[in-house]
Structure formats: structure tokens, C-alpha cells
Design a protein around this ligand. Structure first.
Ligand code: NDP
Ligand code: MG
Length: 408
């Protein structure tokens, strides 16, 4: 991707007009269609059916929901990542003309179909990396919610991308992308990434040691899938987002500052060399950044209640507590060292978060596991997808062993 601020759409673009990105309808492959982002993306498609068409859908194992979506949106190409679902009876009810395939290769192959203009990758975890890579390699536009793709494989993906082909969906990065439109990278001094602070803001380590799964899943401002909700509570999510911003906008780590902003009203900010700061504000509804990634370089009207400044009250800010929330510190360190370390951080975190969600470990065991696995890894420069997948597999095994050892 080109550097900060090389986007072309500026203030002169039409504001509320509904024009497709090309004269014809935008044909989208939606990966992760049964999840939180996937369902919200389908809502955006329902509201804009005259300009967007879903031509491919993919999920992991929820065959029934996938088939129902195929009926509603008349989708021809379906993929389930989970090969065990081949004989799922839900596939006896496929719409006429639809077909289904299974596995990781099939997921990547969807991104290369000739009738796909854009891939919206809303898969959770490193499982989304190969599809992101295939999309950019095939020269298709990638609307990216799957931040793990960039955390793990940013060094492989970014040389394949440009400002016009990689559109972030993560709300902070969509905000930054929009603040940077029309700006010069040399005139940017800092990037401020806002964080709600999660449900445990202000907690001590002793309090964190006792938090439950249910408390962790009760996020104060956003409704999201379980993995990112846990990541938001540990602040790992903010660490992953700093790495994501580093790759997307080619900015050095010492210019990216996470800041706690509990109201989640400012989605992120860009500071310029003259002291000016551009902030992106809006209601906390992921359909806005999802829609922006589809409508760019235009904006479409959205049927959402706008931000009411007269009812907003105070907006507050505070530094993140990296001493208490160690996952943030670990992510920033792994990001700054780079190479294969972010892939190890991510894989160990995915395993530990899954264990926490199954009540198989405590909240602070997530951080402990990630730290233990990182400590055993010999950092290598990133070379290939295969190398990253092997590193990911190694880190998952190491994380499981670490969790097992601490449970004894
Ligand atoms: P969910 O857990 O709600 O949904 C995940 C989706 O990915 C499901 O459709 C799931 O299918 C599918 N999936 C999982 N593994 C595979 C696989 N191997 N192959 C194909 N599909 C797979 O997650 P979210 O929607 O919350 O998050 C998705 C991504 O977006 C994450 O990277 C997250 O960090 C990012 N994001 C999410 C935000 C949110 O508000 N939710 C905000 C910003 C970023 P199935 O249902 O069958 O398991
Ligand atoms: Mg985010």
C-alpha cells in the first residue's frame, strides 16, 4: 500500500449520493457471513440492493445459516471452512444453481472467482490470512475486517495492496483512512487510536484474576463476536490494531498512540506537523465502516440515527494501563520487533482466548500463555505464507502445552 495520505478521494466527492463504485453493481464475496460483521454486512447489502450484490458466501461450520443466506441473497458460490460439514443435511436444501465447497483452499479460491469485484473478509483469526492474500494477488479489492491477516502477514500483504485496493473495515482504521484522505504522509506526526478500555477499565491485577467469562463478554460500547470481545477486555485488541495501523498506513510504531476514550465516539485521530488534529466521529455501529468500504470513493445514505452532539455530554481520554493489561504491552513489543513474532503472539492469543471462552483457564492466563510462547520463539524474518502457517501451528501447540502445564 502506498504511504499515509495518498488517497485520491477528497472533499470534492459527492456526499450523500448513491453511486456504485463502477457503472455496474458491485459484486461481493462475503467471508465470515454468519458472524457479527458478516450479519451487519448483509444488512448493509439489504439497504443497498440496487448497487451491491453478494455473489459468494463463506463461513466455518454454520451450514444452516449459510444456506438460509444463500436463499435470501440468491448466492451461487458457497464455502464452509470445516471439511467435516460435507454431509450436513442443510446442503440438501441449496437454492437451484448454487454449489458448495469445503476447506481452506476453497475459501481462497472464492476470492479469485471471475465474477467477484470485492472480497469482504470478516473471518475471525489467522484462518483469514490465505483469503486476504489470494484476493490481493488476484488484483481484487479487499474490504478487511479480519485484522489478524495484517497482524500475521502484513509484510506479505502490503506489497500487493494499494490505497484503492485495501479498504479497512475495523472502525479505528476506517476512521484513520478517512482522516488521511487528501493528506501527505510527510505531514503526519502521530496517529491516535482510541479504545473504549473494555469492561475492566480501572481494575487491578487482583480484580482481573477473578473476572468471569460472562463479565468479559459484556462489552460496554460494542456488540461483537466472542474472540474480539475478549481481546477488547484484555486490550490485546488495541495492540493488534496498532500493528494493523503500522502496516496499513506505513507509519513507525513510535508515531502510533493508543488512547482510552470510554465513550467510543471518536473512532480515531490523525495529528499533523502543524498541530492540527483530524478526528473521525460517529455512532458505534459497524455498519458505517462496512458501508464505507463498499461505497468508497462515494458515500451512501445510511438509515442510522446520527450522532446527537447536544445529548453527548463529556468526551474523556486517558492513557492505557499497560502495566495492568499486559497483553497490550506484549503486542506492542512483538509488533516493534516484527518478523514472525506477531504471528506467534496472535496464534498463542487465539488458543488462550478459546480456552478462556471454554472456562478452561482464567483471564490472566491469556497474557501468561502469550508471554510464555513468545519467550520460546526465535524470531525470523517473514518469508512466505507457508512459513507463517508453520509458525502459527507451532505457536498453537506451544500455547496448548503451556495451558496444560499451568493447569496441573
Ligand atoms: P464472529 O466470531 O462473530 O464471526 C466469525 C465468522 O468467521 C463466522 O462467520 C465464522 O463462521 C467464520 N469463520 C471462522 N473461522 C472460519 C474459517 N476457518 N473459514 C471460514 N469462515 C470462518 O467474529 P466477528 O464478526 O466479531 O469478527 C470477524 C473479524 O472482524 C475479526 O477479525 C475481528 O477482529 C474483526 N472485527 C470485528 C468487529 C465487530 O464488531 N465484530 C469490529 C472490528 C473488527 P461460523 O459462524 O460458521 O463459525
Ligand atoms: Mg477496532
Amino acid at each position: 500500500m502506498s504511504k499515509i495520505g495518498q488517497g485520491t478521494a477528497g472533499a470534492s466527492q459527492p456526499r450523500a449520493s448513491k453511486q456504485p463504485c463502477s457503472p455496474r453493481v458491485l459484486r461481493v464475496a462475503l467471508l465470515g457471513s454468519t458472524g457479527s460483521i458478516g450479519l451487519q454486512a448483509l444488512d448493509v447489502v439489504r439497504n443497498n440492493a440496487d448497487v451491491v450484490q453478494v455473489v459468494a458466501l463463506a463461513a466455518h461450520s454454520n451450514a444452516q445459516a449459510l444456506v438460509a443466506q444463500a436463499h435470501e441473497f440468491a448466492v451461487a458460490h458457497l464455502v464452509l471452512g470445516d471439511e467435516q460439514q460435507r454431509s450436513n443435511p442443510a446442503f440438501l436444501q441449496l437454492p437451484a444453481g448454487s454449489s458448495v465447497d469445503f476447506g481452506t483452499q476453497a475459501l481462497a479460491a472464492l476470492c479469485e472467482l471471475p465474477d467477484v469485484d470485492m472480497v469482504l473478509n470478516a473471518v475471525v483469526g489467522a484462518a483469514g490470512l490465505r483469503a486476504s492474500h489470494a484476493t490481493l494477488k488476484a488484483g481484487r479489492r479487499l474490504a478487511l475486517a479480519n485484522k489478524e491477516s495484517l497482524v500475521v502477514g502484513g509484510e506479505l500483504l502490503m506489497p500487493l495492496a494499494s490505497t484503492e485496493t485495501l479498504l479497512p473495515v475495523d472502525s479505528e482504521h476506517s476512521a484513520l483512512y478517512q482522516c488521511l484522505l487528501g493528506e501527505k504522509s510527510s505531514e503526519v506526526s502521530r496517529i491516535w487510536i482510541t479504545a473504549s478500555g473494555g469492561p475492566f477499565r480501572g481494575f487491578s491485577r487482583a480484580q482481573l484474576a477473578r473476572v468471569t467469562r460472562e463479565q468479559t463478554l459484556a462489552h460496554p460500547t460494542w456488540r461483537m463476536g466472542p474472540k474480539i470481545t475478549v481481546d477488547s477486555a484484555t486490550l490485546m485488541n488495541k495492540g493488534l490494531e496498532v500493528i494493523e495501523a503500522h502496516h496499513l498506513f506505513a507509519c513507525p510504531y513510535d508515531t502510533i498512540r493508543p488512547v482510552i476514550h470510554p465513550q467510543s465516539c471518536i473512532h480515531s485521530m490523525v495529528e499533523f506537523v502543524d498541530g492540527s488534529v483530524k478526528a473521525h466521529l460517529g455512532v458505534t455501529d459497524m455498519r458505517i465502516p462496512i458501508q464505507f468500504a463498499l461505497s468508497y470513493p462515494h458515500r451512501w445514505a445510511a438509515p442510522l440515527a446520527p450522532l446527537d452532539f447536544s445529548a453527548l455530554g463529556a468526551l474523556t481520554f486517558e492513557p492505557p494501563d499497560g502495566a495492568t493489561f499486559g497483553c497490550l504491552r506484549l503486542a506492542l513489543e512483538a509488533g516493534a520487533q516484527g518478523g514472525t513474532l506477531p504471528a506467534v503472539l496472535n496464534a498463542a492469543n487465539e488458543v488462550a482466548v478459546a480456552a478462556f471462552l471454554h472456562d478452561a483457564c482464567g483471564f490472566l492466563d491469556i497474557e501468561r500463555t502469550v508471554e510464555a510462547v513468545l519467550a520460546c520463539h526465535n524470531r525470523q524474518p517473514v518469508e512466505s505464507l507457508e512459513q507463517l502457517e508453520q509458525t502459527d501451528a507451532w505457536a498453537r501447540t506451544a500455547a496448548r502445552e503451556s495451558l496444560k502445564a499451568s493447569a496441573l
